[in-house]
Design a protein around this ligand. Structure first.
Ligand SMILES: Cc1ncc(COP(=O)(O)O)c(C=O)c1O
Length: 365
């Protein structure tokens, strides 16, 4: 039986050759010229003035909060539906993530709900462009400006997605990306921060390098950490970035075919999405019985992944709070195969199996 994974990293001869070439030369392995080149490619692709590469997309968020001067006890507004790192980055520096519900239209933070969470301690807002979508992000920017909040865009899932013509991650004070394995391009682990602000970029560069005054000398006038990347990963990242435009094109074709086929299955809810601006990270469906569908698809060789549980309900937080939209979508969400490697036949097979499940299982029970 053919196996179709929910997501997979993929490479070809280009990565293998580039790595062999790099290792033949004067390879210091740690971050240097290859990392600078990779950063330049991301800045160029997103249109940002600066890009700083770090070791992952959790540390990137943490460093962004530190750069903004957040202190222990400060409050940070975070959507309840996101990958847990969006909240944990606040915890890492002793700040408090304060959760707010999402809007149905985009599954991103609901600004009206966020407003209800403002207190005199609120210092920052993390807007997650969930699954590559975003809501009225200009309104979020105005809201942050009016309330004197640091606006951090967690665009970990959004490389390739825009708001109008502006790449996501560029509207906030800082935008953060991840290159972990399931992303559209990957370096195994990796993160990037983008900003147009020279001073912010300078602080980020220093804070990821032990707070060094400049490279190569051991003078430190503030506390920094080691969140450096490696040129080994950057060699892969450069080749992956070259593939990004064709992957985006293919992923959009995949989305369009999925939407056409899935729209014919009444039990499947899709979030209407403008695919001209949005690159969906994963194909997300909302169904009455995602666990049963997941088991059924597994038997057919199809990999899926359940949507994240609401963060407030995770044991790590265990808050007695209630966010109905998050709870509803999280309880019904299933990510189906979403790799840019999928063929049209794979997609037809996946949709055929989902259709078969509901034909045999009319009541969804
Ligand atoms: C929204 C979001 N934020 C942060 C992260 C953390 O990124 P990383 O796994 O690179 O630490 C992820 C990872 O998937 C994510 O989806």
């Amino acid at each position: 039986m053919k196996k179709i994974p929910q997501m997979e990293p993929w490479f070809d001869e280009k990565e293998r050759t580039a790595m062999a070439e790099y290792l033949k030369g004067d390879a210091w392995l740690t971050e240097f010229k290859k990392t600078e080149e990779f950063a330049g490619m991301i800045a160029g692709f997103t249109g940002a003035k600066h890009c700083i590469i770090v070791n992952n997309g959790t540390i990137s968020l943490t460093l962004a909060l530190l750069t903004a001067g957040l202190q222990p006890g400060d409050e940070v507004i975070v959507p309840d539906l996101t990958m847990i790192a969006s909240a944990n980055c606040a915890k890492m520096i002793g700040a408090k993530p304060v959760f707010a519900d999402i809007e149905k239209k985009t599954l991103c933070l609901d600004l009206e709900k966020a407003e209800e969470k403002l207190t005199p301690k609120t210092r920052a807002l993390i807007y997650v462009s969930y699954n590559g979508r975003c809501g009225d992000i200009n309104a979020v920017k105005n809201f942050c400006g009016k309330n004197n909040l640091f606006f951090l865009e967690d665009a970990a899932q959004s490389l390739g997605s825009c708001y109008g013509k502006t790449h996501l991650g560029r509207i906030g004070d800082i935008g953060s990306f991840s290159f972990s394995v399931p992303k559209v391009i990957t370096t195994g682990q990796g993160g990037a921060l983008i900003t147009d602000n020279d001073k912010t970029a300078e602080t980020l560069k220093r804070i990821k390098d032990f707070g060094r005054t400049r490279g190569g000398i051991d003078l430190h006038d503030f506390i920094g950490y080691n969140s450096k990347f490696t040129d080994l990963q950057a060699v892969i990242g450069i080749e992956q970035m070259k593939k990004l435009p064709s992957r985006i094109k293919r992923k959009k074709e995949i989305c369009r075919l999925y939407i056409k086929l899935l729209s014919q299955i009444p039990e499947v809810e899709l979030i209407p999405t403008n695919l001209d601006e949005t690159l969906l990270w994963f194909i997300d469906i909302y169904v009455p019985d995602p666990d049963k569908l997941q088991v059924f698809l597994k038997e057919k060789g199809i990999g899926t992944r359940r949507d994240y549980p609401p963060i407030h309900s995770q044991k790590a937080y265990n808050l007695n709070e209630h966010y109905p939209v998050t709870e509803d979508y999280s309880s019904r969400g299933l990510w189906i195969p979403s790799s840019s490697k999928l063929t049209d036949d794979d997609i037809k097979y996946v949709c055929g199996c989902i259709s078969e499940f509901y034909k045999n299982n009319k009541s969804g029970s």
